[in-house]
Design a protein around this ligand. Structure first.
Ligand SMILES: [Mn+2]
Length: 355
């Protein structure tokens, strides 16, 4: 953890920042291991977790070596922060501008008068883009849990079940296999609901001739997995089969493109060209996103991200086709970029499975 604080201090120095207040829980966890509430004040000379009675002991256990200051009604949080800044002779405080509400900002202006507030959001997120070995192992384990759960679901799912029953069974299976929680709300979309990329599982009863898209992830060690598979129930129409084949072709072609040094937008374009040729406009979201402590991180496999893939990046590759009134399909893997290519953390079959 000390390494991560050092990396942040180097980034702060480069940005001309002496003190930074970190309020995003995932950023606090990344920097110190602490998972409770409160905030983290970082400077060259001190690293302090500020929290209330409920978390004081937890903070000292999870973040040994980090100073813990307790705030309460008599010693409010901002007063304690102000005291630290005054003691250090600091006149400027960097905050995560994407984590501060207008109300909180006004309160900061009042309680920290004389101290300039400056926006430094994104500094920790930028460090989080490249994962170390431990992080990759957590994500790989979360992916193994999801894959095993999917494998078990293949023996459970059958026509007559509702999307919601399938969702509940899948969630329960992941938790039973060791997931600490779900990375996000599971998507189970069958038949015409498949055209909704983020469908909410409903009481729709799955019938023969329908495809079902399952998008789900487990949490392990605080890290997320993310995978999607689409399966068929009984015989499906040639139209649906053609949707599936196109998405699979796009997914395999874009995976082929993934390597260190390759620009993110290039990978997105590879999948998009294949799909747009047959289904113009039917693939309206980006190809993929980074995965880590958050389910959506940087970099983005989209048309705007011009960064090059780098060893330690972990991204999803998830093309889809969505046709309102007809249905849809998405196939998603999560891959870790390595020195010489990538490691696919999702090990589940991709040829169309008929149940
Ligand atoms: Mn995803």
């Amino acid at each position: 953890m000390a390494k991560r604080i050092e990396a942040l201090l180097a980034a702060m120095k480069q940005a001309g920042l002496g003190h930074m207040l970190i309020q995003k829980p995932k950023n606090m966890r990344y920097l110190t291991g602490y998972t409770g509430e409160g905030c983290l004040l970082v400077s060259e000379t001190s690293v302090i977790i500020l929290t209330d009675f409920r978390y004081v002991e937890q903070a000292s256990i999870q973040a040994p070596g980090v100073q813990v200051i307790r705030y309460d009604a008599a010693h409010p949080r901002l007063g304690e922060i102000r005291q630290q800044l005054v003691n250090a002779g600091a006149h400027k405080l960097a905050v995560e501008e994407d984590a501060v509400t207008v109300e909180a900002y006004r309160e900061m202006l009042r309680s920290l008068s004389g101290i300039e507030l400056t926006a430094a959001g994104g500094l920790v997120e930028r460090l989080r883009i490249v994962k170390d070995e431990d992080e990759i192992e957590c994500i790989a384990k979360a992916c193994r849990i999801s894959c095993e759960a999917f494998d078990k679901m293949l023996g459970v799912m059958k026509p007559g079940m509702t999307e919601r029953e399938i969702q509940l069974e899948l969630d329960y299976t992941m938790l039973r296999l060791g997931a600490e929680g779900l990375a996000f709300d599971t998507i189970a979309a069958a038949g015409v609901n498949g055209s909704l990329p983020h469908a909410i599982p409903s009481d729709h009863v799955v019938r023969e001739g329908e495809m079902l898209t399952l998008d789900f992830g487990a949490l392990y060690g605080g890290y997320c997995s993310d995978m999607t598979r689409t399966v068929a129930f009984g015989r499906i129409s040639d139209d649906l089969k053609s949707i599936y084949d196109t998405v699979l072709e796009a997914q395999l072609a874009s995976l082929d493109k993934v390597a260190p040094g390759v620009v993110c937008s290039e990978v997105d374009r590879t999948a998009r060209e294949i799909i747009d040729r047959r289904y113009p406009g039917a693939f309206g979201h980006s190809l993929g996103h980074g995965v880590g402590l958050d389910i959506h991180e940087q970099p983005g496999l989209n048309s705007r991200d011009q960064r090059a893939l780098t060893p330690g990046h972990i991204v999803t590759v998830e093309p889809g086709v969505y046709l309102p009134g007809v249905g849809g399909c998405r196939i998603e893997d999560t891959v870790a970029i390595t020195e010489d290519g990538f490691r696919n953390l999702v090990n589940a079959p991709k040829e169309l499975i008929h149940l």
